[in-house]
Design a protein around this ligand. Structure first.
Ligand code: ADP
Ligand code: MG
Length: 238
């Protein structure tokens, strides 16, 4: 089980601070949503947690261990991006298997994992297709499948639904909630969509300009916003 602690995390690009000392304590198995306007630092925070971006100051602890230079896979983390970034020339099966092949997992074990993920995501009939033969929703499921086969302790999602149309967004949101219920993994999910945040989160982190404005349960934030920015953003009654 894997908790995460962010302790006074700062991110500086050149001489500009974009994350200003963020403290967060995320429990094992929790579904936490980072929400806030474009440019507030959601992706940067996620990328630091994944180890894709260095941390300028502060401490990141995952599962009780302080993180320094370890890569996402070694941290037990898998990330799902907004742009699906599937390999166009590879089949659905191969897209999901590829990451495991690069770490030299035996073929039979890879097949077990890919088939299991395909079943969870209703992709079993589509394993031989190429990405261009899939709908947007199916492609996004393949991208999620690539994360699932790694069996990570922590899933990071960066606006995974923003390229989908409204109906598919709702459908995929429900699937992600079910995935969390089934796998029990810790999930951190970035969105600028208040509805997604309210419906998915155990707790929401409201960010503005690199600072945490509020961290709490959806209804508590809705009923007792810390300030007018949070109230406006979450849509609390005036
Ligand atoms: P969000 O995901 O909330 O839209 P980001 O984390 O992408 O926000 O960006 C936060 C801030 O950091 C923005 O002002 C952005 O311009 C800046 N930023 C992000 N990445 C870089 C980078 N590689 N170099 C310089 N500035 C960056
Ligand atoms: Mg972003």
């Amino acid at each position: 089980m894997t908790s995460l602690v962010l302790d006074k995390i700062v991110k500086r690009f050149g001489s500009v601070d974009v994350i200003h000392g963020v403290d967060l304590d995320i429990r094992s198995g929790e579904f936490v949503v980072f929400v806030g306007p474009s440019g507030c630092g959601k992706s940067t925070l996620l990328r630091m947690i994944a180890g894709l971006e260095s941390i300028s100051e502060g401490r990141l602890t995952i599962g009780g261990q302080r993180m320094n230079e370890r890569a996402a896979a070694d941290r037990g983390i898998a990330m799902v991006f907004q742009s699906y970034a599937l390999y166009p020339h590879m089949s659905v099966y191969k897209n999901m298997a590829f990451g495991l092949e690069t770490i030299r997992m035996p073929k039979a074990d890879i097949e077990v994992r890919v088939r299991k993920a395909a079943e969870i995501l209703r992709l079993t009939e589509l394993l031989d297709r190429k990405p261009r033969q899939l709908s947007g929703g199916q492609r996004q499921r393949v991208a999620i499948g690539r994360a699932i086969v790694r069996e990570p302790d922590i899933f990071l999602f960066d606006e995974p639904l923003s390229n989908l149309d409204a109906e598919l967004r709702v459908q995929t949101r429900v699937e992600i909630a079910k995935l969390h219920a089934d796998l029990g993994a810790t999930m951190i999910y970035v969105t600028h969509d208040q509805v997604e945040a309210m419906t998915l989160a155990d707790r929401i982190v409201v960010l503005r300009a690199g600072r945490v404005e509020q961290f709490g349960r959806p209804l508590d934030i809705y009923n007792k916003p810390a300030n007018r920015f949070v109230a406006g953003f979450i849509g609390s009654p005036k």
